[in-house]
Design a protein around this ligand. Sequence first.
Ligand code: IMP
Length: 431
Amino acid sequence: MSVTAVVGAQWGDEGKGRIVDLLASEADVVVRFQGGNNAGHTVVNEKGKFALHLIPSGIFNPQAQCIIGTGVVVDPVALWQEMQELSSAGVSMERLVISERAQVVMPYHRLLDALEERRRGGRKVGTTLKGIGPAYADKAARAGLQMGDLLDEDYLWSRLEPLVAWKNRLLTQVFEEEPLSAEEIFEELRQVARSLAPYIQDTLPLLEEALARGRRILLEGQLGALRDLDWGTYPYVTSSNPTAGGACSGAGLPPAVITQVLGVAKAYTTAVGEGPFPTELRDEMGNFLREEGGEYGATTGRPRRCGWFDAVAVRHAARLNGFTGLALTKLDILDHLDTIRIGVAYRYGDQLLDRIPMTRLMERVEPVYEELEGWRTSTVDVRTYEDLPAAAQAYVSRLEELVRVPIKLISVGPERHQIVFTGALARLLVG
Ligand code: IMP
């Protein structure tokens, strides 16, 4: 048996999708454990290029069962659209399962996401406007609906009507917007529920059986540790825990069964949305990384903020998650640089910080850099660690030292085969 959690070690968009896609070729079960269609995992394979939002990246392995876990918030209409798009590209939906306990993202959640952002004004979070925060807020306030509720129309209506009446008071009296029609929302949910019904079930027995049979299970996170609700740059965070701890509750697995936690970090740093990002480059180098790395949000198309690798941030993620290994993505984007910097600490006044401070301080820190020689050679065809240029090896091993986690694989291009393994793939899954 192996249970591997794959989680983001930075601000999200580290390339988890392609790593999960790769590992999923060896997995029996893949579970998305948190987030919603704010995610945008780009996967390139022989079937084409896909931006997955809710569906686990394991969907391309015809043997793997793919579970949308209980910790996920599901916009049912968006999910159904995504399923249809994949189906029309020839990807089978037969092995997709949606947890009956996953929360439903309602139309008023999307609306309130935008209205809340407007209310925050200059202090906005820069959310994806997919209704994620309001849906999780309602879940915690016990005012949410679960996917399985969609299957019982009487129950659905009995819950929905008072909820919409309450949200309408908020919409009209606080935000001075038009009210929503409970009947229209009910009708939309009723329609989509018919399409999704065959996929909605209790996912616990599936996972129990997979554990009992010694199956290989992959837990797929969204976003990264710096956007964790508890340990990220609060309030510039998402509304769930994209860390390994969140994987247990979100998937419904006891913590002790997790055998590996693979962190995914880009060879530099990117972020979409607001909040402190000490190694951000607002100059030509930042533009270079954005263009060379194609750094535009997969969900919103927003240009990503780009900067040097921040070892303080990734070390923070390593502490929180207990990474057993790290996957370093997009090393090739740095191929032609003369020198490369790594953020190794933060300066706050006359103090040197080697840990992520509270956001109010993090907004005022300056990064402390170490500068390394570039390798000025293409790595896109390199497949073994030994074949990496010496300066690239030096960069990778310095990152390992700073983050204190072994780097187990390195991606050097978007295609499935453009990976440098520093150990066997099987070892990643089996331990
Ligand atoms: P929300 O998750 O839409 O509420 O957005 C909260 C923060 O997380 C914002 O800064 C978003 O830009 C960021 N975010 C949400 N989803 C993603 C993602 O898939 N990749 C990168 N950033 C994301």
